[in-house]
Ligand binder design. Sequence first.
Ligand SMILES: Cc1ncc(COP(=O)(O)O)c(C=O)c1O
Length: 387
Amino acid sequence: MHYPDDFLNKKIKKRIEDNNYRQLDLFDDGRIDFVSNDYLGIVKEQRLSRASNHQYQWSLGSRLLGGHHRLYENTESKIACFHEASAALMFNSGYVANLGVLSAVPQRGDSIIYDQMVHASIRDGIRLSHAKHLSYKHLDCDNLERKLKIAQGNVFVVTESVFSTTGDISPLSRIVQLTKKYKAHLIVDEAHSIGIIGQKGEGLCQYLGLHQDIFARIYTYGKAVGCYGASVVGSERLKNYLTNFARCFVYSTALPPYNILQVNHSYDVFPTLTKERKYLQSLVAYFTARAKKSNLAYSCLPSMTHIQSMIIPCNSTVKKVAHKLLNHRVYVKPLLSPSVEKGHESLRINLHVFNTYQDIDILFDALSFILNDFVHEQVVTHKKPAQ
Ligand SMILES: Cc1ncc(COP(=O)(O)O)c(C=O)c1O
């Protein structure tokens, strides 16, 4: 039977023409994984299997209508305590947590100022808000200050601590100085720093001792924590406010207690993975040195974290490179425009504790082979930018 949905074709065709049409491909364990967000190997090494055998696999409704459970209360207390805050409120995912905070807190007449490279979930939350919004240049505090000077109402500044596409680190100390100076409220998405940054993986805000000056922190559990869900950490009043006004909290079925147990268990596990965090740092150092030595047609962006990226402008070129890497057993995903800015299409390379130095050698040897081939085919049209 054919449903007459031809109207969908216009945008699909445009995607195909622009070389950014997406399709689902199955995760293949046989390849070297530079893609997944399981940075600490908690999923791969089944460190949470005890919790996953648990029985609470149901959910009875939204947290306000039967979906609340004692496990939520224990876990949220534990999360608040670990992150040295008064309260934590769990959401079904990081996407939903960002949507919840940004759509509910800033009001008409207020202003949201955000780093131009923040994640789609933050942008979508901002779109749902009635507040005015302004972006500032990526990591550029002078530009942020200019925006702070003209912002009106209650002002909210939003950034990620470790950026998801480039792995670079937000200048949080300077941002906190500015938000204090202009009496703005800072919201920090710690999706890619929880588990990784800090002695116990507590994230960048606590590592820098800035957490008491931050209005809200968002911790997501689908990455290094190896589970599902997220929490917003801040004051008790913020928690009560979101419980009342965050529509995606109020009007959506809660995660089953089983998920909450997993998160709870992971808060016992990931803080202990100190050796793993150290090893990850050594992988980053090895990767950076190898990238410098490799002298490829494209260079990697400077990043001190487990997220590395190589800019290969043009959707079709970066897709081709990623595809050819599969022939070398190397699994890397291309980031395409419009998900990233045009001209900033890239390979994102996520490093994990289960990656080895040899995996990195295989990646660079493969890249060297593929890109040399490209030069010969004269497919490469963009020169390596000056370093
Ligand atoms: C910075 C950032 N925030 C939020 C999210 C969304 O988190 P989740 O996957 O839990 O919805 C992501 C996911 O990619 C992210 O990178």
